[in-house]
Design a protein around this ligand. Structure first.
Ligand SMILES: [Zn+2]
Ligand SMILES: [Zn+2]
Length: 133
């Protein structure tokens, strides 16, 4: 039992190191592909469960990009994302957003706590491809 517990911890540590080591905001599938090189017997389900757990614990964050595979981010500092409309690649942007406007409050009875911004763009690789065509 103790040994199993230990193995779980090691799995989670390797999954965490993998996500923290990537700037690409990987999907669970991508994390699985990399983690499997170190832990050949690990399953996608285990990777997914650990990613969800690390997210719940606030150690990593999950990006809510609509209608796509969930992506994970090892950087939990406040930042925004720009997504390539061609290939879906994501990059980080660090800037401070203005506080939610008091004028917005008149449009809803909700108390506004925060808002998130997703920027859309074309990544350097896709720009290059477009220039070549
Ligand atoms: Zn792109
Ligand atoms: Zn990020």
């Amino acid at each position: 039992m103790a040994a199993k517990q230990h193995r779980m911890t090691r799995q989670r540590r390797i999954i965490l190191e993998t996500v923290k080591g990537l700037k690409t905001h990987p999907t669970a599938d991508e994390v699985f592909g990399l983690v499997r090189k170190k832990l050949p017997r690990i399953s996608l389900g285990t990777v997914y469960r650990n990613l969800e757990l690390l997210t719940e614990q606030g150690i990593i964050q999950k990006l809510d990009t609509a209608g796509q595979q969930k992506r994970f981010d090892g950087d939990i500092s406040p930042h925004s994302h720009v997504k390539c409309v061609k290939c879906g690649k994501i990059d980080d942007l660090y800037f401070e957003l203005p506080k939610p406007s008091a004028a917005w409050a008149g449009q809803t009875r909700f108390k506004i706590l925060e808002y998130k911004v997703e920027l859309l763009g074309i990544c350097p690789d896709c720009q290059k491809k477009m220039e070549q065509n």
